[in-house]
Design a protein around this ligand. Structure first.
Ligand code: URP
Ligand code: ZN
Ligand code: ZN
Length: 485
C-alpha cells in the first residue's frame, strides 16, 4: 500500500521546502513534486514535519509509594494526538536488577503502546552486577543510562557511584543522563521547612532552589569530563544549570541540555495558589521557576546551548497527590505534558518569534534522534526513514482542557492555555494514527521497541582526546636525578 502526502511544506531542522512525500509500507520512499500513491493525504496549507520524540517520560512509573497513573496506552495515544510519535521512558531496576527491569518495561510497553518507544536504564547504585548488566542492556538496544543526584534514600547515587557508572558508559559507548539536584541539600531544606511549619506545596519549591540544581549540574559535568564521556542533563529548569552547561560547552565539553515545556511556560507562582490541590498537582522536580529563568531557557534553545524540549511526563491523579496533605515531601513528584508539548511550544515559541519553525523541529525531534542515536531512522524526512510524520496545521486551534484531553488524568497543568498549531494528521510508520475531528482511538500493541546502538563517534572522540591529553609521568635521565638519596 502506498500513500502520498500532497501539497504541504516540508519543515525539517535545516530548511523548509514544498514537496510531496511518498510512503511505501512503513517508510518514506520518495520526496519530490507531483508524486502519486494509492492513498492521498491532504497537506494543503499545512506543514509536514518529522514526528515528535519525547525523550523523557515515566509511564506507569512506581514512585514515592505509588504508581504514575498515566498508562502506556493512554500516554502514548495522548502523545500521538499532539504529534509525538515516539517516547523514551525510564526503566528502574528494583532489587532484581536491570535485566528484570528491562523485561518489565518492555512487557508493558509491548502490550499497550500505540506509538514507538525505547527506554533509558536507570543506575540506582553501584556493584559488580550493575557493571555486568550494563553491557547486556547495551546489547538489548539501550545506549543511555540515567542517574539521579536527588531523591535521597531512594533513587539517588553518590559521586563515586556516578563516576564508576560514567566510566562504564564511556567503555560501552553509552551516554549518561543526569537528574541534577543536590539531594543532600534538598533533604536538609525539606526538614527545615517542615520544621518551620511550611507543609504545603510551596515548601516543595523552597526546598529545591536554583542553586541546588546549578551546583549538581556543574558537578555532573565535571564528573563526566573526568570519566571521558559526554553527558545529557535532563529537565534543566534554571539559569544556574544552563550557565554550567553553557560554560562547559564553550570549553569544548560534550554536554546536552533538556528543558521541559512546563518550565518554559509555567512559573513558581503556581505553588502559591490558595487551592491546595491546584498547587500540589504542579509539584515536580525541579520545581517551576520565575520568569527570568524561563527567559534563560528560551534563549538557550535559540542559541543552541540547550538542544531538546521534553515533558518528563509523570502524571499522578489528584487523589494520589493528596498523599502529601500536611507534608509536601510526600506529594508524588511529577506533572504531565506529553499531549501538549508540541502545540504549546509552537504557540509560545514559533508564534511569538522565539523559535523558527526549523528550530521547533530540531528541539522536538531531530536533535533528540541525534542525541539518542536513532537518526535518521527517526527525526528526519528522508527516503528510507520511518514514516513518522505530522501534518501540522498552524490554523487549527483549541483551549487545553482536562475535559477533552486524551490523557486519563483528572486535570491538566496547561488548563485554559489557548494553542494554535495542532496535528491535522499524525502518522506512525506510514499509518494515520491520529486524524483531527475523526474519532481516532488508541491501538494498544501497535508501537514498536526501537533499538538504539552504542554511539560510534562522540564517545570515541571524547575518549581519544582524553587519552591524548592525559597526564603522563616525566621521563628523567640519570644525570637529572639527585645522587645518593
Ligand atoms: N520530575 C519529577 O518530578 N518526577 C519524575 C521523576 C524525575 O524525573 O525526577
Ligand atoms: Zn528527574
Ligand atoms: Zn523524569
Amino acid at each position: 500500500m502506498s500513500t502520498v502526502i500532497k501539497g504541504g511544506t516540508i519543515v525539517a531542522a535545516d530548511r523548509s521546502y514544498e514537496a510531496d512525500i511518498l510512503i511505501e509500507g512503513e517508510t518514506i520512499k520518495a520526496i519530490g513534486p507531483d508524486l502519486k500513491g494509492e492513498k492521498v493525504i491532504d497537506a494543503a496549507g499545512a506543514l509536514v514535519m518529522p514526528g515528535g520524540i519525547d525523550p523523557h517520560t515515566h509511564l506507569e512509573m512506581p514512585f514515592m509509594g505509588t504508581t504514575a497513573a498515566e498508562t502506556w496506552e493512554s500516554g502514548t495515544f495522548a502523545g500521538l494526538s499532539g504529534g509525538t510519535t515516539m517516547v523514551v521512558d525510564f526503566a528502574i531496576p528494583n532489587d532484581k536488577g536491570m535485566l528484570a527491569a528491562f523485561d518489565d518495561w518492555y512487557g508493558r510497553a509491548d502490550r499497550s503502546a500505540s506509538g514507538d518507544y525505547s527506554f533509558h536504564m536507570c543506575v540506582t547504585g553501584w556493584d559488580e552486577r550493575t557493571f555486568d548488566e550494563m553491557e547486556t542492556i547495551v546489547g538489548r538496544g539501550i545506549n543511555t543510562f540515567k542517574h539521579f543526584m536527588a531523591y535521597k534514600g531512594a533513587l539517588m547515587v553518590n559521586d563515586d557511584e556516578m563516576f564508576a557508572s560514567f566510566q562504564r558508559c564511556a567503555a560501552l559507548g553509552a551516554l549518561p543522563l543526569v537528574h541534577a539536584e543536590n539531594g543532600d541539600i534538598v533533604a536538609a531544606l525539606q526538614q527545615k521547612y517542615m520544621a518551620a511549619g511550611v507543609t504545603g506545596p510551596e515548601g516543595h519549591a523552597y526546598s529545591r532552589p536554583p542553586e541546588v540544581e546549578g551546583e549538581a549540574t556543574n558537578r555532573a559535568i565535571m564528573i563526566a569530563d573526568a570519566a571521558g564521556v559526554p553527558v545529557y542533563i535532563v529537565h534543566v529548569s534554571c539559569e544556574q544549570a544552563h550557565e554550567a552547561i553553557r560554560r562547559a560547552r564553550q570549553k569544548g565539553m560534550r554536554v546536552y541540555g533538556e528543558p521541559l515545556i512546563q518550565h518554559l511556560v509555567l512559573d513558581e507562582t503556581e505553588y502559591f495558589n490558595k487551592d491546595w490541590d491546584y498547587a500540589a498537582r504542579r509539584v515536580m522536580s525541579p520545581p517551576f521557576r520565575d520568569k527570568s529563568h524561563q527567559d534563560s531557557l528560551w534563549a538557550g534553545l535559540a542559541a543552541g546551548s540547550l538542544q531538546i524540549v521534553a515533558t518528563d511526563h509523570c502524571s499522578f491523579t489528584t487523589e494520589q497527590k493528596r498523599f502529601g496533605l500536611g507534608n509536601f515531601t510526600k506529594i508524588p513528584n511529577g506533572t504531565g505534558g506529553i499531549e501538549d508539548r508540541m502545540p504549546v511550544l509552537w504557540t509560545k515559541g514559533v508564534e511569538t518569534g522565539r523559535l523558527t519553525e526549523n528550530e521547533f523541529v530540531a528541539v522536538t525531534s531531530t536533535n533528540i534522534a541525534k542525541a539518542l542515536n536513532i537518526y535518521p531512522r527517526k527525526g528526519a524526512i528522508v527516503p528510507g526513514a520511518d514514516a513518522d510524520l505530522v501534518v501540522w496545521d498552524p490554523k487549527l486551534s483549541k483551549t487545553i482542557s482536562a475535559a477533552s484531553q486524551k490523557s486519563i488524568i483528572d486535570y491538566n497543568v496547561f488548563e485554559g492555555v489557548q494553542v494554535s498549531g495542532l496535528p491535522r494528521y499524525t502518522l506512525s510508520r506510514g499509518e494515520v494514527v491520529w486524524s483531527d475531528g475523526q474519532n481516532s482511538t488508541p491501538q494498544p500493541g501497535r508501537g514498536k521497541f526501537i533499538p538504539r546502538k552504542p554511539f560510534p563517534a562522540v564517545n570515541k572522540a571524547v575518549s581519544k582526546w582524553k587519552e591524548l591529553t592525559a597526564p603522563r609521568a616525566v621521563t628523567r635521565s640519570p644525570e637529572h636525578m639527585p645522587i645518593g638519596v
